[in-house]
Ligand binder design. Structure first.
Ligand code: FES
Length: 115
């Protein structure tokens, strides 16, 4: 259970040195035929119960690759997916989706039962 977890001010891939050598770009350029993954990875087959705080924003991992589930750690950078910002309207326990199949992101809608 995660209490009061919030997104970091800057994600690991954000706010870092953005200056790159042109030769680095050529060496790491993605071939046009390679598509970024747009299907989320199942992070857990049960939801994550989290005590959220009214007015606080949380950044839910939509790709399933984060090691800080259910929250984003920047691991989505090699996917076509991104985090989802959600702000708590009340201080209470909520259930964030862990399987990443929910139709009511970021909250669990029971989709994990069909996995
Ligand atoms: S790590 Fe999964 S959305 Fe950011």
């Amino acid at each position: 259970m995660i209490f009061g977890a919030t997104a970091p001010e800057a994600l690991p891939h954000e706010g870092v040195d953005t200056e790159v050598d042109a030769s680095d770009c050529q060496a790491t350029a993605r071939p046009e035929h390679i598509q970024l993954a747009d299907t989320p990875q199942i992070a857990a087959t049960t939801p994550f119960k989290v005590e959220v705080e009214e007015g606080k924003s949380y950044f839910w991992c939509a790709c399933g690759k984060s090691s800080r589930q259910p929250f984003c750690d920047g691991s989505h950078k090699d996917t076509a997916l991104s985090r989802l910002k959600w702000t708590a309207e009340a201080t209470k326990a909520v259930f964030f989706c862990g399987c990443k199949q929910t139709a009511h992101a970021p909250m669990c809608d029971g989709s994990h039962k069909g996995l």
